[in-house]
Design a protein. Structure first.
Length: 437
């Protein structure tokens, strides 16, 4: 099959549903020769910060000369962003080749009465095949959801397990308490494999410590309070840590925690045979990029995109807004463009973020059955904020937001990451048309 056919094949797999557990994933990978068993993997789980921590490690390890694979989701601008090696996305031909090989195995499985793998299981299998074929030195592997029963968790012996900040999300699948959610995410922690995390809330920390005790490994966490910020803004920030100054290009008050976690992970990786120099760490952190996390995509007025879609991320975004904009009190207006999934805790996100907005435009994430219609989202917004407009199209929201702002004002587009690519294109088209007039 070609690339278009391989994408359609994965999309079609949604109709088969899913079966709880990893048995089907193990069966599929066994028939593919278990390529994952020959990979050296850094496994990353948690709620908020996975992508940023992976971005820092990807950049530093690349600077150090390692052949680094990266598997992440969701993506913003191209489906193939989820599979990269040393900054190069998988080609259409390579992706189609992997999916074709997988489809032949799936045909055998279904003929024998076994369940059809899910889209994420197929994508994860493609990642394992691709990284094995390309002889990666090390692979950064992001958990899709949870940890213990996630398709990525068939990895037997990761080089390192990393767990970022844990908060309430995917409650319908992972549990109704923070402890239950943390217990699921702790499932990636394995005997004989080091683990590092951040300072967690007590309930989550207890679950992680219990898992580490069971697996007979130390509980290690990176303490971001040891880092002292020296300069910060929407274009990046600097901090001192253990007598050295580091600079990162990512904005957001939470990026200090993510970058300190990445540095601690690099210390542990050095002990595991993956050394990096101080120069490589500093250059790698500075060069790291991760779109959609308080990222400026337009100046004058500022238009910032952020993937705040759950309560924990909303807390972080609210703190960043207060830090960067509210303290100056320069009369800036904040205009929101929002799109959310219906299976998220939307009201909690709204209650935390809407106090800063002067005006809100709601949109519906295109081509996604989980998307909350803009009208329904607007009705929720009105429970917290009176000035809201539901827009039929993202391009309408972009046009109206620009028309509502002055040069010192800020447009903040946030919620589901899956609409940010479409929004970015809409911004380009709007400004091109504006210049033409």
């Amino acid at each position: 099959m070609d690339y278009g056919e391989s994408r359609a094949y994965i999309k079609d797999a949604e109709r088969y549903g899913s079966v709880l557990g990893l048995d089907n994933m193990y069966e599929m990978m066994k028939r593919l020769g278990n390529p994952q068993d020959s990979l050296k993997v850094i496994h990353v789980a948690g709620t908020n910060g996975k992508g940023s921590v992976i971005a820092y490690l990807y950049s530093v390890l690349g600077k150090a000369g390692y052949r680094v694979g990266r598997y992440v989701s969701p993506t913003l601008y191209s489906y193939r962003e989820r599979l990269e090696i040393c900054g190069e996305r998988i080609t259409c031909e390579e992706f189609a080749e992997c999916v074709t090989e997988i489809s032949e195995v799936i045909r055998e499985m279904t003929r024998e009465g076994l369940p059809h793998p899910t889209p994420f299981e197929i994508e994860t299998a493609a990642a394992f095949l691709y990284f094995k074929k390309e002889n990666c030195d090390i692979v950064l592997l992001e958990v899709g959801m949870g940890g213990d029963l996630d398709a990525t968790n068939i990895i037997k012996q990761p080089v390192l397990s990393i767990i970022v900040s844990i908060s309430m999300d995917h409650m319908g699948f992972l549990g109704s308490t923070l402890g239950e959610i943390a217990e699921k995410k702790a499932g990636i922690i394995k005997k004989g494999c080091p683990m590092v995390t951040v300072k967690q809330k007590p309930e989550a920390e207890a679950a992680l410590k219990e898992r580490c005790k069971k697996m007979e490994i130390p509980f290690v966490y990176a303490d971001s309070s040891e880092a002292q910020i020296t300069e910060e803004g929407i274009w990046g920030q600097s901090f001192w840590l253990k007598g050295e100054e580091y600079r990162i290009s990512l904005a957001g008050v939470y990026q200090k925690e993510n970058s300190v976690l990445a540095l601690k992970a690099l210390e542990l990786l050095e002990e595991r045979g993956y050394p990096t120099s101080l120069k490589e760490r500093k250059e790698g952190l500075l060069a790291a990029s991760w779109n959609g996390r308080f990222t400026v995509i337009h100046k004058d007025p500022l238009l910032i995109v952020d993937g705040a879609h759950n309560p924990g991320a909303a807390d972080m975004m609210a703190e960043t807004i207060r830090h960067y904009f509210m303290r100056k009190n320069e009369g800036q207006k904040l205009i929101y463009i929002m799109g959310m999934f219906r299976d998220k805790d939307c009201r909690s996100v709204l209650s935390k973020t809407l106090p800063f907005a002067q005006q809100v435009f709601t949109i519906q994430t295109p081509d996604n059955e989980r998307a909350l219609p803009s009208g329904e989202l607007a009705d929720m917004v009105r429970e917290f904020h009176p000035d809201v407009t539901a827009c039929d199209h993202i391009s309408d929201a972009v046009a109206q937001a620009f028309q509502a702002t002055g040069p010192k004002d800020v447009i903040l587009a946030f919620g589901s990451l899956s609409f940010i690519g479409v929004l970015t294109e809409a911004v380009k088209q709007y400004k091109t048309t504006e210049r033409g007039n």
